[in-house]
Each structure stands twice: as structure tokens, then as C-alpha cells.
Design a protein around this ligand. Structure first.
Ligand code: ADP
Ligand code: MG
Length: 361
């Protein structure tokens, strides 16, 4: 494949990540089709085909008219997608969709994680808390997102209820990390092994949901950026990875402790649309199409998530420098319905919008 030879991309999923990938595809003049439901938000800019992602023959049929298949969520059945021309590959997705496999893999790459234990029963949970102590967090190994599939555990009295509330499925127990900040690093690796990194991003979560991403991270040092880049380089190369990968870290006393990885474009990278020479979405497409990657030169930028409710265009128009991304989803409490991006220099407007979007604080 060359830059002059556009290709056809199939995306498994049609939510906001597929929507923004499809927007980036337009600038590269490549054709995108998404597997999902007609009502999914990517249908505003791309062809969305109704596909049951749990049906192997429907998925194979959807993928056959494309040259490369990519994902917007790691929560897919690997046995269904294994034979497809997937980027990133099935091994990377398989590891990232299972918190236990993910932690063991990150550790095998020399990356430290929060203390954890595998939990398959209440008995396991009992011995795990004896080792890790309170407070701790019980997380389902699979299908967690936006803080779902997690329970905090403060005392012995919480054990049975927590395991039961999570559906008695395989879990991991993690010690609570007393972090100074949360950050993420986003990187892209091309088919020829070229790797580019964005600057470390500071992330603020509430109730397990990302609220704000800021670049640059105020506490970043050259040593920290290099350490994070070294970790991602090892991860990408070990997995023979093609596409965008994000790793979330806790910052503890200037050191990075990995939390989890996402084998796809990431919510903490939405600011790259306006804040970087090449967005994470364009670099993901460039990577999977076999193109050269674009520059990640970036300027100070802040992204604020709109959770549960999207401010109207008239409301955001009162701020001169704000980019409003409305995913066109039905508003629902806790649901990501859009985001705002602001230049990092607009301190007053950033704080004002943060409070408007997160009124309980
Ligand atoms: N071990 C931990 N210690 C402290 N905070 C944690 C821990 N695990 C998760 N959290 C908090 O919960 C958020 C969501 O957890 P995470 O494991 O990233 O799940 P999700 O898949 O929902 O993003 C994290 O960004 C962090 O704020
Ligand atoms: Mg997370």
C-alpha cells in the first residue's frame, strides 16, 4: 500500500471513536464502513452496516469488502475476529480485554503495576485482601469501562456483597494507589515499525469516568516522558502492534505505575484533533493503512468531557475559543455525549466550563 493508494477500512463498532476515525478518514480520502446499528453516532459521517458483532458469519461478511479491520472497543469476541486482517492484532486485543492478562503482560515488559491478585471466588477474595489490605478495588477481568465493573472494598463486611454485585465472575483485586496524578501516554506504531508519541496527558476522573485531559501534564519531567515512551516502545514491539495504543498510569512520587492499556484511540487523546499536527485518529488510520505517520507536535490544550448532557452551540458560542464535539447521542446520566476542546491558555474559560459540566463539585 502506498500513500497514493487509498484503502477500505472496516471498523467494528460505530460509536464516537468510530465517528472521529471516520472524520479523519475523510481527510485521507479513504473509505470507512462501521459495523453497528443505524442509530449509532458514526452514521452521521460514515456508512454504518447493521452487524451482530457476536455472530461470526455476519462479521466475516461485513469484513470481506475491506482491506483492513480495526476496532473501537477491545470488548469483542476474539474467536470471531481472529481470522480477519485486524490491526491492532488479535493477541494485543486479547491481552487488553482481560485485566489479569494485561497486568501479567505489562509486568513481563518490566512495567510496574498496582499490587494485584487474581480472584475467582469469595475464598480467593478473602485471602487476597489479607495480603493487599484495605482499601482495595475489586474489578471484573473483562468488560469494564468508565468505572463500571468495579467495587471499592473497605472492610471484611464488603467482601461477599462486592463479589456478588460484580456477578461472581473472574476478577482481580487491586490495592488502592494513592496517586499524585493520573496520566496517559498515546503512541502509534506503523507497519514498518516507526513509532511516534504524544506528550504525557494529565487525566482527571470522577466516579471512574474521565472528566478532563490536559496537555502538557504540569508535573512532567524529561525523565518521566522518556520512561513512559520506553514502556510503550517495549509494549508495542513485543506485541508487533500496528495502530494507536494508549497506556494509563498513576504518578506516585514521580514514578509511573501502569493502570491499564487500551488497544485503540483513547478518550484522553481527543484534544489531538485541534492540539496536534496529526490527530490520534489520523495516525491510527495512517498506521493501519501502511502509511508514514504524521507529526505529533502539540500545543497546550485541554479536553473536557460532556457527561450526561451536551451544552448547546449557543452556550459554547459565548466562549470565543472552544471546539464543540457533539456525538449526537441521546442524553442519559453517566453517558459520554460529547467533548469540548480549549486552548490551554484559556484558564478562566477552562475552569468555568469544567464547573458547568461537573456541577456537583
Ligand atoms: N488501583 C487503583 N487505585 C486508585 N485508583 C484507581 C485504581 N484503579 C482504578 N482507579 C480509579 O478508577 C478509574 C477507572 O479505573 P480503570 O481501571 O482505569 O477502569 P476503566 O476501564 O473503567 O477506565 C481510574 O482512572 C482511577 O481514577
Ligand atoms: Mg481506565
Amino acid at each position: 500500500m502506498s500513500e497514493t493508494q487509498p484503502s477500505r477500512i472496516a471498523i467494528l463498532g460505530a460509536g464516537q471513536l468510530a465517528l472521529m476515525l471516520a472524520e479523519a478518514a475523510k481527510t485521507l480520502l479513504v473509505e470507512v464502513s462501521c459495523a453497528g446499528q443505524e442509530s449509532d453516532c458514526a452514521s452521521r459521517v460514515a456508512k454504518v452496516i447493521t452487524v451482530d458483532l457476536e455472530d461470526a458469519s455476519e462479521v466475516a461478511n461485513f469484513a470481506k469488502s475491506s482491506d483492513v479491520v480495526t476496532i473501537e472497543t477491545e470488548n469483542i469476541d476474539i474467536s470471531i475476529v481472529e481470522g480477519l486482517p485486524l490491526a491492532p492484532n488479535a493477541r494485543a486485543i486479547g491481552i487488553a480485554q482481560d485485566r489479569l492478562a494485561e497486568k501479567l503482560f505489562l509486568q513481563s515488559c518490566g512495567i510496574s503495576c498496582a499490587p494485584f491478585r487474581s480472584v475467582d471466588s469469595v475464598q480467593d477474595l478473602r485471602s487476597a485482601v489479607q495480603e493487599l489490605g484495605f482499601p482495595a478495588i475489586l474489578k471484573t477481568r473483562r468488560m469494564g469501562y468508565d468505572g463500571k465493573g468495579q467495587k471499592r472494598i473497605y472492610s471484611d463486611g464488603d467482601l461477599d456483597g462486592a463479589f456478588e454485585d460484580l456477578g461472581k465472575v473472574p476478577c482481580v483485586l487491586e490495592g488502592v494507589v494513592r496517586f499524585d496524578a493520573e496520566v496517559s501516554l498515546i503512541a502509534a506504531r506503523s507497519r514498518t515499525g516507526e513509532i511516534v508519541f504524544y506528550p504525557l496527558i494529565e487525566n482527571v476522573h470522577r466516579e471512574g469516568i474521565l472528566r478532563r485531559s490536559t496537555v502538557p501534564f504540569a508535573g512532567v519531567t524529561n525523565a518521566m516522558q522518556s520512561q513512559a515512551e520506553g514502556y510503550l516502545k517495549r509494549t508495542l514491539e513485543e506485541l508487533e502492534y500496528v495502530g494507536v495504543l494508549a497506556v494509563e498510569f498513576f504518578v506516585v512520587g514521580g514514578k509511573l505505575v501502569a493502570n491499564e492499556m487500551a488497544p485503540r484511540v483513547h478518550n484522553s487523546g481527543h484534544w489531538t484533533i485541534e492540539g496536534s499536527k496529526t490527530s490520534q485518529f489520523e495516525n491510527h488510520l495512517r498506521a493501519i493503512l501502511g502509511m508514514k505517520l504524521g507529526s505529533t507536535d502539540s500545543v497546550p490544550t485541554v479536553m473536557l468531557n460532556c457527561i450526561g448532557k451536551m451544552p448547546s452551540a449557543a452556550e459554547t458560542a459565548t466562549t470565543p475559543a472552544v471546539w464543540r464535539h457533539d456525538y449526537g447521542k441521546t442524553a442519559r446520566p453517566g453517558r459520554k455525549v460529547g467533548h469540548l476542546t480549549l486552548p490551554g491558555s484559556q484558564h478562566e474559560a477552562i475552569e468555568r466550563w469544567y464547573l458547568l459540566l461537573n456541577p456537583e463539585e
